[in-house]
Design a binder for this molecule. Structure first.
Ligand SMILES: Cc1cc2nc3c(=O)[nH]c(=O)nc-3n(C[C@H](O)[C@H](O)[C@H](O)COP(=O)(O)O)c2cc1C
Ligand SMILES: [Fe+2]
Ligand SMILES: [Fe+2]
Length: 396
């Protein structure tokens, strides 16, 4: 049975939910699933916007066949070659031998890399500003390099003012039939996952995202159709505002996120003692245990809050392994523009602070609070004034 939905009279959603993949891209836990979106435009010509991951290929082919209603497929637009979308491209091309591939040169080269076939004989090669008429509908293509790979492009459909944005504006989370953001409580149920998706998947490429947002600002956009998560047709400002902040590495909120790494619990106690003192000063806090939460949660929190505290036990002359991992991952996602404090613990030669400081050295515009609170095995009652001083400094 097909599971399609109409975006409009002539644009049909033929993608689907994946609730069984445990790790997206082999790294990111997706307990709420994910969608791989694919859209069919029906006009004088029929045009499919992207293919899907291997996990949903059979249902998607069924959806597409049903949505076509016996018509041939004229075009498939490939916006992004990452296999979560393009794994099924060859299946599509075999099933619809007369369909032409509409894409850019970089994608064609990647098709050869991935599938060892040259499809240029059936390709319509587009570049920045190229258009393709489908009848009443007309697509205009714009390149979006590094949002999320170098070959990525987006397209704008003029008649219905729809922007197809590839991975941009995507989110983790299956949709259960609610394919429009206005059909769910997005801020309550999806925003955290949209942030985790953005920060970890595209977060490193803020400059490139900004460039695409600037191009999009010149267009009259009624709907955003991303490759993951819901379609935006109302209140586009909500997601555009988030993207504007995220792309500029501007914090969304004032608050201190304390990330700790603790073997036996004494560093955890330091983190909690600081959290309590911050709350007493009216400061919003969030505490994350690096041993329990996935590192992608830490990267997402770093995009959200304006201040971060890293509290770590010492470990083999360095910092606790999960904390080192977390900070390396933050740096890999262009961590910047934040105030940071460090706390450490060690039983013989505390070494965590130095290690974490070194990792943060190259970070752009990170203001490191100089004083480091150090515990020797456990924080002593007489060190309370040190915690108070740090809380005061962070509350400023
Ligand atoms: C594998 C391992 C390596 C450690 N390496 C160091 C070290 O290099 N320097 C140090 O001062 N303490 C080291 N420690 C001790 C812990 O950092 C110390 O006991 C700390 O107080 C633990 O804090 P916690 O209670 O939050 O786990 C190590 C402990 C373990 C288990
Ligand atoms: Fe991607
Ligand atoms: Fe994707």
């Amino acid at each position: 049975m097909q599971t399609i939905r109409k975006i409009s009279e002539s644009i049909i959603y033929v993608g689907g939910d994946d609730r069984r993949t445990a790790l997206f891209e082999g790294v990111y836990p997706i307990p709420n699933g994910v969608t791989y979106n694919s859209y069919l435009i029906l006009d004088e010509k029929t045009c499919l916007m992207d293919t899907v991951d291997k996990s949903i290929v059979e249902g998607w082919l069924e959806n597409l066949e049903y949505a076509l209603g016996g018509r041939a497929l004229d075009y498939v637009v490939v916006h992004h070659m990452e296999p979560d979308h393009s794994y099924s491209l060859m299946r599509l091309l075999e099933k619809y031998p007369n369909a032409q591939i509409v894409t850019n040169k970089k994608v064609l080269d990647m098709i050869v890399q991935f599938f060892n076939v040259d499809v240029s004989v059936r390709a319509v090669v587009v570049a920045e500003g190229s258009s393709l008429s489908l009848g009443k509908h007309e697509l205009t293509f714009t390149m979006a390099p590094m949002v999320h790979w170098p070959e990525v492009m987006m397209s704008y459909e003029k008649a219905e003012k729809v922007m197809f944005t590839a991975d941009a504006f995507g989110t983790f989370g299956a949709l259960g039939g609610a394919i429009f953001a206005d059909e769910v409580d997005f801020e309550r149920d999806y925003l955290d996952e949209a942030r985790r998706y953005y920060a970890n998947i595209v977060g490193k490429y803020g400059v490139q995202v900004k460039a695409v947002l600037a191009k999009a600002a010149k267009l009259d956009i009624a709907a955003i159709c991303p490759l993951h998560g819901p379609v935006w047709r109302e209140n586009l400002g909500l997601i555009l505002d988030k993207y504007t902040k995220w792309a500029a590495y501007e914090p969304e909120e004032k608050g201190v996120c304390i990330v700790y790494g603790s073997i036996y619990g004494h560093t955890e106690n330091m983190a909690m003692a600081l959290a309590v003192k911050l709350r007493e000063r009216g400061v919003k806090t969030r505490v994350i245990d690096s041993s329990v939460s996935h590192v992608s949660e830490i990267v997402a929190a770093a995009f959200r809050y304006d201040r971060l505290v890293f509290a770590s036990a010492s470990y083999n002359g360095g910092a606790f392994v999960k904390m080192e991992d977390a900070l390396h991952d933050l740096m890999a996602h262009a961590f910047q523009n934040r105030r940071v404090a460090i706390m450490q613990n060690g039983s013989w030669a505390p070494s965590a602070a130095n290690t974490l400081k070194k990792i943060l050295e190259g970070a752009k515009n990170v203001e490191l609070i100089e004083s480091v609170v150090t515990a020797k095995s456990a924080l002593k009652p007489e060190q309370e004034s040190e915690l108070d001083a740090l809380a005061d400094e962070l509350a400023k």
